[in-house]
Design a protein around this ligand. Sequence first.
Ligand code: PLP
Length: 431
Amino acid sequence: MSTSDRVRTITKAHADFADRNPNSRRQYDEARTYMPGGQTRSVLTHSPFPLTFVSGNAATLTDIDGHTYHDFLGDYTAGLLGHSERRVIDRVFDALKTNASVGGIHPGEATLAKLMCERFGIERVRFTNSGTEANLLAMTTAVLATGRKKILVFKGGYHGSVFYFASGSAPWNAPFDFVMAPFNDEEAARAVIQEHGQSLAAVVVEPMLGSGGCIPATPQFLAAVLQAARNVGAVCIADEVMTSRHGARGMMDLLGAQADITAYGKYIGGGFSFGAFGGKSEFMDMFDTSPESALPSPVAHGGTFNNNLSSMTAGCVVLGEIFTQDIAVAHTARGDEFRMALQAVAAKSGKPVCVTGFGSMMSIHALATPPHNADDMLKRDAQLQELLFFGLLERGVYIAARGMVNLGLPHTDDQLAQFLDAFAETLASLN
Ligand SMILES: Cc1ncc(COP(=O)(O)O)c(C=O)c1O
């Protein structure tokens, strides 16, 4: 297709979208009066305007214009359980009826801590309000523990709203002293670790670039990075905010790697805001401010909502009753199968489109061959990517504008089949 035909096709896709969604448009226009950009979560923005959703049920979402979509975004992995899982909502509702804002200790907090330590093989854990905060605290722990300042992160990584590393370190990032290396390049990472050796406090790595395109780390890369970091006395931090859903104990474990401290978040809160960081007691116990603490000056970690009743209660139901280790293993396998089916549809279409990911998290790319790092992601055909998004939406499938797809627990086999059909039709419609 020529460039001008492409531009015409995209202009038409935007116009059709706007025609179908007048109420979302109105909502967006009004919201812009009070919020810059009409929203308060940048990732939700796309042209010409984002949809406004008014309800959800299991793995479907209904927008303000009355369209119901198969929800294959799953709130960027936080929505693993689907919309308003009854068991979570009932338990949280019961808890809230007795004590909404505790202002003290309640049993849910220790119960969830035990569940997390046993589940993920960590010694201690502390709760936060978000994955961003979990990473902030994990990095702070490493800086305090080592007395060093530098933190190695990887290009294409995302660790929260003040930790964007899509290409370089974003100007609005938290003022840590970041150094960067390319993802999935063990030689380059080793060299950077060597170079900054004695001033390196921590290495922070996602076992799969999540926001960066669902690009899994190779086991060799992870092993090399962790070993090199340990050789220079740096703390190894894994960001499993998205990926702890994979397998029985998270994706690091599946790739044979073990961090010193891990950040968690998203689905564990069952739809409520959630974050946690945990790992070895030699690091975590610096937060022991109890009367029994042997530390002369332990580190304080405040947070009004750290142990909020809704998130703690929901987390106990999620990990303790719904998303058990057996279910997590089965869900990872189901995700692998579905991703392969999507990839087969892409390959059959002959279009320059591919699918990457791991387990139940995946991404559709307007690229002929799978990306391995952030530089490969820059080669995506941005216009084709947009057309894939609108093509799927038009056929009743909601995914991330950037191509991310997350399989949730309530997706039925019929929904997966409908997605595969919609994907094949979308690809066939693109020239
Ligand atoms: C890998 C990773 N780390 C951290 C975060 C930040 O979590 P939150 O949005 O809860 O602050 C995200 C969010 O998308 C993430 O994907």
